[in-house]
Design a protein. Sequence first.
Length: 415
Amino acid sequence: MRKDSLLKLLAAVSVIVAVFFTFVAPLATSIRQGLDLQGGTHVVLEAEDTPEAQVNEDAMERVVRIMEKRVNELGLAEPIVQRQGERRIIVELPGIKDPDKAIQVIGKTAMLEFKNEEGETVLNGTDLKDAREQTDQQGQNVVALEFSPEGAEKFAVLTSMNVGRTIAILLDGEVLTAPRVNEAITGGKAVITGNKTLEEAHNLAILLRSGSLPVKVNIIETRTVGPSLGQDSKDKSVFAFTVGLGAVVLFMALFYRVSGIVADISLMAYVIILLFALKLLDATLTLPGVAGIILSIGMAVDANVLIFEHFKEEYLSGKTLRLSMDAGFSRAFTTIFDSNITTIIASAVLFCFGTGSIRGFAITLGLGVVISMFTAITLTQFMTKNLIAANIFKNPWIYGINKRPKTEGEVKRFG
């Protein structure tokens, strides 16, 4: 039994340590990073009243939704779109190499119009159902349009009445293309040619799909967060993470000795599981998210502290090491669950009602608490019980117990 327990303990420790040192760096570097860690572009836009459209609450909400749709379709890492006051919108674009191109996409009004040779607008963006970039059989980059049922009828009438004539397709008043109509088109589909690259067609399709902005929007501020500033924030975060983790590891080893070292090994597993979960969720790490991770590290060993303190109390009452550890886990479980569930509830509230970086903090904190409960209740318990069962150390001082038990003859009771 002792040999079997020792083998289980050594196997668990070897696997956790090996996985930690093999995957901690690749996992940490593979997680997407926000604007404050990798740099990017910060844009402030302001809505303006025009004779055609006045700025109001409904218009601003629609602008935010359209901006979010456009930015998300650009495939950026954790873009942030949020209101500032009554007329302003803040857009943060992490990792953008060409800010001007992104600004052109988010700032355009995207008013699509189909005009006949007399200059009359017969269709506009409201008649559009979908727009997708593609490459045709001739290798040209085009935007394929699909109209709504009502728009398809209008387009069929427009093309049937203009056979042999041109139809101008305009975006924000500029002519994109003016194809000649050879025959009536009744399928409710058309293409826009003239795109030099597929990326250009992709950006145009995004604008058309998201629709035109309901009010005029001006870009009043553009600020670029350089990679050096982001790297400085990243370096400081890594330093804080290392110091926090090192301090916790040292504290557990000094106060709880071998039991603390077991908890530290569980903490390694906790870090790996947390990073893997963030990678699996395709989360984006920001400075508040790093703060949530550092805070959750301290909370990760909190459960172990409760377990070991109950373990000491049970041993000093006269029980064996094995029975004391079993009782310590049993008594600590309710306290651990109650204390952590309140933090999880707070994290859930922050995630539901917070925005941007606050939600990132809530995710890392809540996820960290859940994982810490798992590692404490399963891994720490498994390794500690096998350590005691292996009977390597017989002196209770090794397990962080400094006092003598209350009853006599306890020296023989280490099974």
